[in-house]
Design a protein around this ligand. Structure first.
Ligand SMILES: [Zn+2]
Length: 215
């Protein structure tokens, strides 16, 4: 992870999956050494209750391990969105997030996007079912945007940081194992269907099987 800037307060986007869980862990570990006073918030936009439960587990787990940090609130919202109004989920998320951020004067979001370890061939297998996700994964394996400023419609400007965008999924898994935080691998949900029971077909399920030997 590149060294994080110093923030007065920061919001970690927790999806309930492995990558954002590892990111929260890394942030907590780094802040224990460098910025103990930074206010740490998290936010989860969920489609299914299983995802929210997984994200809550991650928040509690990391908070418990690094108890001496300035932990604040884990926000959540139902991320149902109107497709005719927002062209994609990302846009809806910016709007949802910015409401909480404005309320708490938060200007920075940390997002756990990583590079896929799947081959182009494996990705092509999922293309018909998940065209948008696959094109994004392909793009991210070449172009890395580590910092981007957004101005949502409600006009609360904020910056999104992707401090682990140079990591591959396998590096994230190794990191978690090295830190004996295996529960972040077993109690998180990465499947696109957002359910405890894996669909076994989405890019995330394929990758999990490749790296961990289980869904
Ligand atoms: Zn899946």
């Amino acid at each position: 992870m590149h060294k994080l800037d110093s923030f007065d307060r920061v919001l970690v986007s927790l999806s309930g999956g492995i990558d954002s869980a590892a990111l929260l862990y890394m942030v907590a570990k780094q802040y224990t050494i460098t910025h103990r006073t930074t206010e740490i918030y998290a936010i989860t936009g969920y489609g299914k209750p299983d995802t929210l439960e997984a994200a809550k587990f991650v928040w509690g787990y990391v908070k418990n391990k690094f108890g001496r940090l300035n932990w604040k609130t884990h926000f959540d919202y139902d991320n149902y969105y109107d497709k005719s109004y927002y062209s994609h989920r990302g846009k809806a998320d910016h709007e949802h997030r910015s409401i909480f951020m404005e309320e708490h004067n938060i200007k920075d979001v940390l997002h756990g996007r990583v590079k896929t370890t799947l081959t182009e061939e494996q990705l092509k297998q999922c293309e018909t079912q998940y065209p948008q996700a696959v094109s994004k994964l392909l793009l991210n394996s070449h172009v890395i945007e580590t910092k981007k400023t957004y101005m949502p419609q409600n006009r609360w400007e904020y910056t999104i940081h992707r401090p682990i965008s140079n990591y591959t999924k396998s590096m994230v898994v190794d990191y978690i194992k090295e830190h004996n935080a295996n529960e972040l691998l077993t109690k998180t949900i990465s499947c696109y269907k957002q359910k405890k029971e894996a669909c076994k077909q989405c890019p995330s399920c394929l990758e999990k099987m490749d790296l961990l030997g289980h869904y």
